[in-house]
Design a protein around this ligand. Structure first.
Ligand SMILES: NC(=O)c1ccc[n+]([C@@H]2O[C@H](COP(=O)([O-])OP(=O)(O)OC[C@H]3O[C@@H](n4cnc5c(N)ncnc54)[C@H](OP(=O)(O)O)[C@@H]3O)[C@@H](O)[C@H]2O)c1
Length: 321
């Protein structure tokens, strides 16, 4: 098994992470039903069969139903909890009855949110607590004090962040008593800012793709795990009829490579991401077991350097500078 930065803390963590954003019957106010729980159970069983043992959650996913569904599955089979590394996120306030979706990294809300997650999941602690998004109104001393207390009380083992740049990570790190172990960002063949940022230094074209300069290198240098949300690019490269010519050409190349390697198109899209030396962990957000199986094939694929660049060229619609 390839060594990941996260293995410092969780030596057995799998390369792929199972994302739960759409579990629990979806983003609606319908109550959780038996079928939602059976679906969750089947997906977790597929993960275990494939050796995928990291579950990515958030307090807001399907307005809490995703965590509740996982909690019900754990309650029915007590031994299951210990077989997974559980990560969840707090810091976004999003419920059907809140007038404006907003961020909240106040100590008060973070405390309330983490205890809410623990209750829904029916567990004593999270393995990794993520700060979901940077909150411009964050008072770092207040947040740090609360995180230090919650950590001492064993409500979570490790701290992580999401959608943050290196400066934000360093700022929080300088105030908390525990290491930031992971940063989860959108990274994929569909969202290539993390690559463009590195190859367009001192150039104006492609420089505005939004990926914060130096964040990749900061994480790699500090031994911080990078996780990729949107890693399969929401399935967009499975569509060879796409209107966008660059997506269509990339999808056609992905299909050709999938035939060559005798694997799924998702596996090719993921293997492109996984070839990066940062040892990125892709988070797979699906509600159907067969897509987990297809994604897992990426562990067996090693693209050539030329194929990696061919995919990048197809995606950007031109060769590298
Ligand atoms: N930290 C953050 O801010 C953040 C933000 C977003 C997501 N996340 C995490 O990352 C996970 C994955 O994110 P994501 O859902 O944006 O990205 P993703 O894994 O790239 O895409 C998953 C979505 O694409 C669909 N899909 C996948 N392959 C497909 C195909 N071949 N054809 C048609 N549809 C296909 C899935 O539908 P099916 O269910 O039908 O497979 C699902 O709706 C989430 O579950 C969550 O855990 C984190």
């Amino acid at each position: 098994m390839q060594t990941l930065p996260l293995h410092q803390y969780f030596p057995d963590a799998s390369r792929l992470v199972f994302g739960t954003m759409n579990l629990g019957g979806g983003w609606n106010t319908q109550p959780l039903c038996k079928a939602d729980i059976s679906q969750t159970q089947a997906l977790l069983e597929t993960c275990l069969e494939l050796g995928i043992n990291v579950i990515d959650l958030a307090d807001i996913y399907t307005y809490g139903k995703s965590e509740t569904a996982i909690g019900k599955v754990f309650a029915a089979k007590k031994s299951l909890r210990q077989q997974f590394i559980l990560q969840s996120k707090v810091g976004i306030r999003l419920t059907p009855d809140v007038p404006i979706n907003h961020y909240d990294l106040s100590g008060k809300w973070v405390t309330e949110a983490i205890y809410g997650s623990l209750k829904r999941l029916g567990v004593d602690s999270l393995d990794v607590l993520f700060l979901h998004r940077p909150d411009p109104l964050m008072q770092v001393e207040n947040l740090a004090q609360v995180l230090n207390n919650l950590h001492t009380q064993d409500t979570f083992d490790c701290l992580a962040v999401s959608n943050m740049h290196a400066g934000q990570m360093a700022y929080i790190q300088s105030h908390v008593d525990m290491p930031i172990v992971c940063n989860q960002l959108e990274l994929s063949l569909g969202h290539t800012g993390f690559v463009e940022e590195g190859i367009t230094t001192n150039m104006t074209d492609n420089a505005a793709l939004g990926f914060p300069r130096g964040t990749l290198e900061y994480c790699m240098q500090q031994g911080i795990q990078l996780q990729a949300w949107g890693a399969i690019a929401q399935g967009r490269f499975a569509n060879t009829e796409a209107e966008d010519i660059n997506i269509k050409n990339t999808a056609l190349l992905v299909k050709k490579l999938a035939e060559e390697y005798d694997c799924s198109t998702s596996a090719i899209v993921l293997s492109w991401l996984m070839m990066h030396p940062a040892n990125i962990q892709p988070v797979i957000g699906t509600t159907v077991s067969h897509r987990i199986v297809e994604a897992n094939q990426a562990n067996q694929i090693s693209l050539t350097r030329l194929q990696w660049y061919e995919l990048l060229q197809a995606r950007r619609g031109q060769g590298v500078p």
